[in-house]
Unconditional design. Structure first.
Length: 99
C-alpha cells in the first residue's frame, strides 16, 4: 500500500465531530512526515476520505481544496465543531488514534 493510500485509510477513522492534526496522522503512520500527509490529502478526490477533519497543530483550520477554508469551516460546523477566530479547541475536539 502506498503512502497516500495509508494516509487516506487513517483519515477515514476520524469520526464526525472530531479532528486530527497532520502531525497526529504522521505519528499514526510511524513517521514524522506531516507535510507529506498534507500533500497526500491535497491530492485526495475520494469523498469517503474526510480531509476536512485534518487541521494544523495550532488548532487553525488550514487549507482545503485549494483555498476554500470557508467551505471547510462550514462542513466542520455542520458536524458540530465550534470554530472561533479560525481555530478549533483541540482539547475539546481532538481525536487521538489508539496505538
Amino acid at each position: 500500500m502506498d503512502f497516500s493510500t495509508r494516509v487516506f485509510e487513517i483519515v477515514k477513522r476520524i469520526p464526525r465531530g472530531r479532528v486530527a492534526t497532520y502531525g497526529e496522522i504522521a505519528r499514526a503512520l510511524n513517521t514524522r512526515a506531516c507535510r507529506a500527509v498534507g500533500q497526500a490529502l491535497k491530492k485526495n478526490r475520494n469523498p469517503q476520505v474526510p480531509c476536512h477533519r485534518v487541521i494544523k497543530s495550532s488548532g487553525k483550520i488550514g487549507g482545503f481544496r485549494g483555498n476554500q477554508t470557508r467551505e471547510k469551516a462550514r462542513i466542520l460546523r455542520s458536524e458540530g465543531i465550534e470554530i472561533r477566530g479560525n481555530r478549533i479547541d483541540l482539547k475539546k475536539y481532538f481525536y487521538r488514534f489508539s496505538d
